[in-house]
Write a protein that binds this ligand. Structure first.
Ligand SMILES: *[C@@H]1O[C@H](CO)[C@@H](O)[C@H](O)[C@H]1NC(C)=O
Length: 362
């Protein structure tokens, strides 16, 4: 847990979801590292027999889990749990509104293509990302704003340069309102877009700019079945896709429905917990040693870490800790009484850059 990421929902959300998985499932003992930042390191090497160590890191290190990666990153993907369960407009919160979205049926939705983001450009848009016409892909978050100025009758993008000194970001339009557009444009940031999962739920047609990073379920979604691919053939193919969608209204609506059905069936919380449990079971089959706290300088029960995060000033408003604390902590055999572990953990957090966490029903 590097100090610079402390408080980030990418880390907190995963710990909370992992804790819930450890309470719902009986998990084997494993060790892994969790990479909370954008680009997971490429911890993979070619072995003498020509096979790769992927996904297990070389030198006997435990595997790295991450929420987003590019093909060259030797990490195992887990859900972006922070975006799925922490903020007010989390995936889980948006999912409870599907009934309300249906009150704006397809025919009543605006036929503008809507997109909203802060403008910055991932490394792979600086020449590495190629289009099918052989040219380099421009950065979608930049380029689509220019396209919008020339085609404002069909596209509306709200992009704003993030001002790092005063923290200004793009004009808000709540996710709870974006289902009022038939067409939604999704672009990646440094890593996968945390809005993409939520967009799947809205029942609108998703236009997804190609990128190089992907999330845990991306291999299961298909172009023209769950979304339309853009920034793929040429830099203005968004306009072609919109034209296709307008002349194939029934098909466009169907693709939006497919996406919504897919997300509701496969990305809901029990399915995410199941995914995490299965992943940990698979890792266990490949462990070459028995994980043991006595081998580590610091070992903290996960339940105590969650309780700590829920009370600590910097982190207490970042996620919905009580959903798991009230449900599981009272009879968790690893939990200390009340908040008696708080002070010790506060000191550890302030002194140690890295924690080893453990937990699970034993
Ligand atoms: C917008 O229109 C101007 C004037 O025709 C043109 O120079 C520019 O390349 C266009 N930009 C985009 C992104 O289409």
């Amino acid at each position: 847990m590097p100090k610079n990421g402390f408080g980030a929902i990418e880390l907190i959300g995963f710990l909370v979801e992992l804790y819930e998985a450890s309470q719902v499932y009986k998990l084997p003992d494993v060790e892994f590292s969790y990479w909370h930042d954008d680009n997971a390191p490429a911890e993979t090497i070619k072995k003498p027999d020509g096979t790769w160590t992927w996904p297990f890191a070389p030198h006997g290190l435990p595997p790295i889990l991450a929420w987003s990666k590019a093909k060259q990153h030797g990490a195992l993907l887990v859900p972006y749990s922070g975006a799925f369960r922490c903020p007010r407009d989390s995936f889980d919160a948006i999912m409870t509104e599907v009934q309300r979205f249906s009150e704006t049926p397809w025919e009543k939705r605006s036929s503008l293509a809507f997109g909203r983001w802060n403008i910055f450009c991932a490394w792979y848009y600086r020449g590495a990302q190629r289009l099918e016409d052989g040219t380099a892909a421009p950065c979608p978050r930049d380029y689509y704003n220019d396209l919008y100025y020339n085609h404002s009758s069909t596209i509306m993008t709200l992009g704003l340069l993030r001002n790092y000194t005063n923290g200004t970001t793009a004009m808000p339009l709540s996710l709870h309102e974006q289902h009022k557009f038939k067409y939604l444009v999704s672009t990646d940031g440094w890593a996968i877009s945390s809005k993409f999962d939520k967009y799947l739920l809205l029942g609108s047609l998703l236009l997804k700019a190609e990128g190089q990073t992907y999330g845990w379920y991306y291999p299961a979604i298909k172009p023209f079945e769950h979304f339309l691919p853009i920034m793929k053939k040429h830099k203005d193919d968004l306009l072609d896709m919109l034209e296709w969608a307008k002349s194939h209204d029934k098909e466009a609506q169907q693709i939006g429905q497919n996406a919504q059905g897919f997300a509701m069936r496969n990305l809901n919380r029990p399915m995410r917990l199941c995914y995490i449990a299965r992943l940990i079971q698979e890792i266990a089959k490949n462990m070459k040693y028995t994980p043991d706290c006595s081998k580590r300088p610091v070992c903290v029960p996960l339940v105590e870490e969650i309780k700590f995060l829920g009370k600590y000033e910097e982190t207490k408003h970042r996620c919905r800790y009580q959903e798991v604390v009230t449900q599981y902590a009272h009879d968790d055999p690893d939990a200390l009484p009340g908040d008696s572990g708080f002070e010790e953990l506060r000191q550890k957090h302030e002194a140690m850059p890295l924690h080893i966490l453990f937990g699970g029903r034993r």
